[in-house]
Design a protein around this ligand. Structure first.
Ligand code: KIV
Length: 264
């Protein structure tokens, strides 16, 4: 049975929420079968799949394309799709038009957008239109240049207070969960205690209601950015290199294909 937004909300304080990104059918299918709660089609796809230097060039067309592939594979997990840069900041109308496309054309269950208080209006309008919204605070990659790079945010008390207030404003606007990226763990814990919807941490320590990682980081692919907080659960980069090198050798030597791998 499909996990609902309500079920995700009810996990707070009871069970940790496990989320990962996915951008294609095969990995999304595996995550769903393993039982991940949330599959995020992150705009990180711009960096990990498409080779851009940041998430800024990612378009609605690219997000819809990948969200469709993920939604086709997922039966149980909640599919959240990222709103790309420039598709929601200008106005609530713009946000609604583009969020609707991710839901209707992409097949997502919910959308995620970055930023604090100034985005509360967009969140409210989407939620009123029946679109569940995940918030994203701390090191928000779409604003990395403004934030001074991919750096921890909220170390100073003033900055921490601002992030906490943003979290509260987004909560009031109706988000069903909040990604906290690269913030000190004490701040993530403080926010987790203060707001009633679940917090999902990435580089935010162990005290959030859930965790998320970028799939390709977890699998051990070399990335454009290699954050310290990532735990590599596999070494796909080396395994892929080994498999491709063996294939190359076998083709060159003529040992692939063997007769049994050929038609009579
Ligand atoms: O785009 C993404 O993958 C994200 C996660 C890092 C939370 O926003």
């Amino acid at each position: 049975m499909k996990l609902t937004v309500k079920a995700v909300l009810e996990k707070k304080g009871k069970e940790k929420i496990a989320a990962l990104t996915a951008y294609d059918f095969p990995f999304a299918r595996i995550l769903d079968e393993v039982g991940l709660d949330i599959v995020l089609v992150g705009d990180s796809l711009g960096m990990v799949l498409l080779g851009y230097d940041s998430t800024l060039p990612v378009t609605m067309r690219e997000m819809i394309h990948h969200t469709k592939a993920v939604s086709r594979a997922v039966k149980r997990s909640l599919v959240v799709s990222d709103m790309p840069f420039g598709t929601y900041q200008a106005s609530a109308e713009q946000a609604l038009r583009n969020a609707r496309r991710l839901i209707q054309e992409g097949g997502a269950d919910a959308v995620k957008l970055e930023g604090g208080g100034p985005r509360a209006k967009q969140v409210k309008v989407l939620v009123e239109a029946g679109i569940p919204v995940m918030g994203h605070l701390g090191m928000t990659p779409q604003s990395a240049t403004q934030l001074g790079g991919y750096k921890v945010q909220g170390r100073e008390e003033e900055a921490a207070k601002e992030i906490l207030e943003d979290a509260q404003r987004l909560e009031e606007a109706g988000i069903f969960s909040l990604v906290l990226e690269c913030v000190p763990s004490q701040l993530a814990e403080r926010i987790t205690q203060k707001i009633s919807c679940p917090t999902i941490g990435i580089g935010a320590g162990p005290k959030t209601d859930g965790q998320i990682l970028v799939l390709h980081d977890l699998l051990g692919f070399k990335g454009k950015v290699e954050p310290r907080f990532v735990r590599r659960y596999a070494d796909f980069e080396t395994e892929a290199q080994k498999a491709f090198s063996r294939y190359l050798k076998d083709v060159r030597s003529g040992s692939f294909p063997a007769l049994k791998e050929s038609f009579e």
